[in-house]
Design a protein. Structure first.
Lengths: 117, 147
């Protein structure tokens, strides 16, 4: 019961694929990996791809909002895609969709960012 | 079926958050809950246990978190408590997006999630004594469809 974070640069976009369970215990993994990549600055925008994220609680919201602020302060955008119903409910409850766009899959998320960049 | 109870007590370590929510989910699975109900319960348990560890004990793993759970008919009751520092201002703590630890990137959504995911939710706290969260959820058992 853990979390894997796979990070891939695609053109000017950092794609972050989370697999497993994102809670207080595993939030550090996501924070450290994403923070380092954002600081390196190879990518301008971030896509959070959550198809295989089986569980998330408010600690996950915290780490996502933290990275959102980080990428925003550098002028980039963050979007999410492939969100399962329970994670969707959490995002909705916390008002996350007011600041972040959501897409059905990575392909649609990428093309939305290519339009704005 | 009569009342069924279980108690679980464990160190205030973050790796026990997953253990706690999975243990409660296993206990409740005898009611044949839907995936959504199970996920609601797991999330609420995760929030309460995380609060106890981070806020109750300031991440000191010497502390103990206890869960009392019971099943009575189709109702699940869960109490989660610690003997930590307690909450000074409960009303403030329950405000959506409020957190006493913004430097830890806490979202401040824990209590809001517990209130929304459970049918009843109550929190009591005493400074220097600890905090107790009591929650209740009715499981609309899938079996009921065939009765």
């Amino acid at each position: 019961m853990s979390l894997q974070a796979e990070l891939e640069h695609y053109r000017n976009v950092l794609i972050v694929r989370l697999r497993g369970e994102l809670d207080h215990h595993t939030a550090d993994i996501v924070r450290n990996k994403m923070e380092a990549e954002i600081i390196r600055g190879e990518s301008h925008h971030v896509i959070l791809s959550l198809k295989d994220l089986q569980f998330m609680d408010s600690s996950g919201l915290g780490v996502i909002l933290g990275r959102y602020k980080q990428i925003r302060s550098k002028g980039g955008k963050m979007v999410v895609c492939d969100v399962n119903p329970s994670v969707y409910r959490l995002f909705e409850m916390s008002g996350l969709f007011k600041i972040m766009n959501i897409y059905d899959n990575e392909r649609m998320a990428i093309s939305s960012l290519e339009v704005v960049s | 079926m009569g009342r069924n109870e279980m108690t679980l007590s464990f160190s205030a370590r973050s790796e026990n958050e997953a253990f706690a929510r999975i243990a409660v989910a296993s206990f409740v699975s005898q009611l044949d809950p839907t995936l959504e109900e199970l996920n609601d319960l797991k999330t609420a348990v995760s929030e309460a246990v995380t609060n106890a560890i981070i806020h109750g004990y300031d991440s000191d793993s010497a502390g103990k978190v206890t869960i009392d759970a019971s099943i009575d008919g189709d109702v699940v009751s869960i109490e989660i408590y610690d003997n930590g520092r307690g909450i000074e201002d409960l009303e403030l703590a329950r405000q959506p997006l409020y957190t006493s630890k913004p430097e830890m990137e806490r979202s401040g959504m824990g209590f809001t999630i517990m209130e929304n995911f459970m049918d009843r939710f109550e929190v009591t706290s005493e400074l220097g004594q600890g905090t107790r969260v009591a929650m209740l959820k009715r499981i609309e058992s899938k079996k009921a469809l065939y009765n």
